[in-house]
Design a protein around this ligand. Sequence first.
Ligand code: NAD
Ligand code: GLY
Length: 360
Amino acid sequence: MKTLKVDLDDRSYPIYIGADLLGVADLLLPHIRGGEVMVVSNETIAPLYLQPVLEALSGLRCDSVILPDGERYKTLDTLNLVYQALLEKRHSRKTTLVALGGGVVGDMTGFAAASYQRGVNFIQIPTTLLSQVDSSVGGKTGVNHALGKNMIGAFHQPVAVIADVGLLDTLPPREFSAGLAEVIKYGLIADPDFFQWLQDNMSRLMARDRAALIYAVEVSCANKARVVAADERESGLRAILNLGHTFGHAIETEQNYQGLLHGEAVAVGMLMAADLSQRMGALSGADVQGLKRLLTEAGLPVQVPSGMTVAEFHRHMAVDKKVADGIVRLVLLRSIGDAYICSDYDAALLEALLASYCTV
Ligand code: NAD
Ligand code: GLY
């Protein structure tokens, strides 16, 4: 097992990465300060993985609440089920919430922990690749609103993250590939050696080779932990974690979140960001083609969904969270492994990029 640390002074916490970690009481118990625990999971994950967690916690007063599965349930209404269970079972301010699930369960449980009785501890047990390398680390929590994704939330760091790559054995292939998009992102934004490693080892990852997965999750989390420690509240640097997300969110919004998965949309968006960087004279054509090959090998799309227009991109990009003073800020690349936030790109180059990706 590998252990990393997210360095945030008195709110620092470990990330444990390995296989067969689920249900290891020694990893969970030191992070539970009172005798009360509420495990939050969903109807897909609970039948697979809840029992070993409950067994590990059997010496404590332990309850569980099972939420419906799906991004469409990432709402205040669903969150109310967690508050309801906590109140009905009389959980105090010393309770610890355990998020057993992907990013949807993790984000909701984190927000429940941030808000229940003005804040209680929580532990992340991420069960998707995306949540193991991204959403479980860094303390962004929240739910969606009918008028915007992740618009209601709080920064609230977990007290520990337990990433067991063995849980990925049951993850559907599309979800697995969506997680790989975020893994590739870390190579692109900050880690050229890792990007090369990914080019050399993608077939091992696609075969879900455990040693390769542990390495990829470890390097991804180390990169994320470094960025979060430097800029927890996203006043600057942390925005580089959004490489490809401005274009990707535009696609997701246009498809009403019922088309490409988040990671799939991010994959297309990263390719577009790399392509724009090349048009600006930074990357080479070979860099962009190499990225396209890697995304394809990872089972990810590399084209904008057919029918999406340049005007639709502009409309959705204008409400991106990174818009400042009316200017859409983009994360671009100086080279593979070196991302920056750019607001003075040439608008004509952006226009040409969008036109070349939109088929109508
Ligand atoms: P998800 O939580 O919806 O999980 C995807 C699907 O896989 C679900 O149906 C789930 O039940 C199922 N599943 C999960 N683990 C499984 C397993 N081991 N075996 C079989 N099935 C399993 O999706 P996700 O991609 O993990 O997370 C997406 C969410 O994460 C979005 O809501 C997004 O906004 C959020 N997110 C948050 C952050 C952050 O920093 N907080 C970062 C990125 C994404
Ligand atoms: N997923 C982007 C962030 O955590 O900042």
